[in-house]
Design a protein around this ligand. Structure first.
Ligand SMILES: NC(=O)c1ccc[n+]([C@@H]2O[C@H](COP(=O)([O-])OP(=O)(O)OC[C@H]3O[C@@H](n4cnc5c(N)ncnc54)[C@H](O)[C@@H]3O)[C@@H](O)[C@H]2O)c1
Length: 217
């Protein structure tokens, strides 16, 4: 397995923890040349790619009125174009592998709106569409493509969020990274009849309004 990131020290550490044959590669997902280098080297050293998880993501704050076009572009470049570049660069290798799976990590911000993170919402909604297009285009090669939509998960991205953020959910807690990882693994190995669809894990956050209807007289 190749762990790829721009955070080289953390990536090296994770690959070492996983042990061989896992290894780390520097990859800025918004850079097409980086993608080509990583995919070519991976195929040379370990054979064609059979699974790709597009997980890199950034969050920048700002209402529609406040957020700068530069900030919007940065978020979309990583979260949406990064995953699109990953799919287009890896598709030929997946074909040579005889098919495989692509999992795009979107968010429940790709299913609903949130205040103050319009660029992030745009990128995560955006990722749902090309996930379906890729599922249609790559099915004949034996490749499935799905998106995953986590709610609030305890990671570096949510380090500043307090427990009140999840208090109104049916399951009033943050998710754990391992819960997302297990869903990705399920899609890759067991969800063999699923492609072009969304898998949601959000503690019920998108199930419906948390307010009770007024009681009937
Ligand atoms: N944490 C949550 O609550 C939550 C909820 C829904 C979806 N997500 C999504 O899950 C994914 C993982 O996020 P996380 O919560 O672990 O956040 P995180 O900030 O802890 O991790 C994001 C990772 O992406 C890497 N990254 C950022 N820009 C990159 C680039 N240009 N190229 C390569 N790597 C880059 C970072 O170095 C970091 O390792 C993201 O796509 C995020 O949008 C997170």
């Amino acid at each position: 397995m190749v762990v790829a990131d721009v955070a080289d020290a953390e990536g090296e550490e994770l690959a070492a923890e996983l042990g061989p044959p896992s290894r780390y590669a520097h990859l800025d997902v918004s850079d097409g040349d980086d993608w080509q280098t990583v995919v070519t080297r991976t195929e040379r050293e370990a054979g064609p790619v059979s699974a790709l998880v597009n997980n890199a993501g950034i969050l920048e704050w700002g209402t529609i009125e406040e957020q700068s076009p530069e900030s919007f572009r940065r978020v979309v470049d990583v979260n949406l174009q990064g995953a699109w570049l990953g799919m287009r660069t890896t598709a030929p290798s997946l074909r040579r592998a005889g098919g495989g799976v692509i999992v795009n990590i979107s968010s429940i911000a790709g299913l609903t709106g949130y205040t103050g993170i319009g660029a992030y919402v745009a990128s995560k909604w955006g990722l749902r569409g090309p996930t379906k297009t890729a599922a249609l285009e790559l099915a004949a090669d034996g490749t499935r493509v799905c998106s995953v939509h986590p709610g609030a998960v305890r990671t570096g991205m949510t380090a500043d969020f307090d427990d009140s953020f999840t208090a109104a959910q049916p399951l009033p807690r943050f998710g754990e990274p391992g819960e997302v990882a297990r869903m990705v693994l399920f899609i890759a190995t067991d969800a063999t009849y699923s492609t072009g669809v969304e898998f949601v894990l959000d503690g019920g956050a998108t199930a419906g309004p948390s307010t009770d209807l007024p009681a009937a007289d």
